[in-house]
Design a protein around this ligand. Sequence first.
Ligand SMILES: [Zn+2]
Length: 323
Amino acid sequence: MNGVIEKGAGKIDGDALERINRYTRRPYKAEEVYTFSVVLCDNEVDRDYECFTRDALGKLAVLFEGKTGLLDHEHTSRGQSARIYAARVKDFPEKRTSRGESYAQLTAEAYVPRNAETAAFIESIESGIRKEVSVGCAVAKRTCSVCGAEHCAHQRGRLYDGERCVRILDEPTDAYEFSFVAVPAQRAAGVVKRFSGMPAVQIDSFGALLKALETGDAPVTLDTAALDGLRAELQALEKRAACGDRYREALCARIRKLSAVAQPELGAGLTAAIVKGLSIGELEEMAQALQRMADAKMPVTPQLAGRSLEKTEQAADDRAFYI
Ligand SMILES: [Zn+2]
């Protein structure tokens, strides 16, 4: 998240000074501090297709009070920092976010002591050089705008029935130190959001791995246990696939034999070519149909049915041999 420094007012009232002095080692006089406003974040959808709720901004206002931010290297050489002494949510009821909600900004008041170290920084704000602050926070709840779930298959940024899927950030649990960043031509990509309440994605199957990679909600790390789990799943799947292959082969062999009896004019090569492209379900259907056709050609008494099929298969085998 990047906020923007608003033009510093510099005027300090008694209330502000009292708030500032809660953070100083000794009481400061009004002329000893310089104050400025910073927009920390808002409830608009950001580049990561995420947005805060209005409620979250209110909670962040409390969490950001007292937090410090290092001044940029450009203007100070040694660890001078600004501190937020007040933060509040500014509502803009006439303005709507892209999601159609009433627009709101989290605005903070910050101060720096006036001294040789901070003079250049203060000058840069006074002269209107645009600055941004990069802020970070932790949230416990992120829900999908499409389905309202915390974990789902919807992908951020994608359209679902014309609605853009975004993650809605709520229940902030912590706010971190902020930093001043130079404003590049294109907005900085360094968005800092941490999701404290979110457990790391447990990868215990290929399904879980694919889902984690698709939704991209949390970092995916594969440890040894996860790799062992995936290897075991792969081995089990290979075994099942081998069973499936053998069943398919048996089914095809049966079809070739039945076909040789039921429709000998088709030829073994053509039958083999036909079965190649069929699914298991289609093969089963074909085998059943051919069985009926073969039975119709060779009517048998029910009690001899089993032996008759053996005979039929034997005959088909012989035929195949002759071809
Ligand atoms: Zn969803």
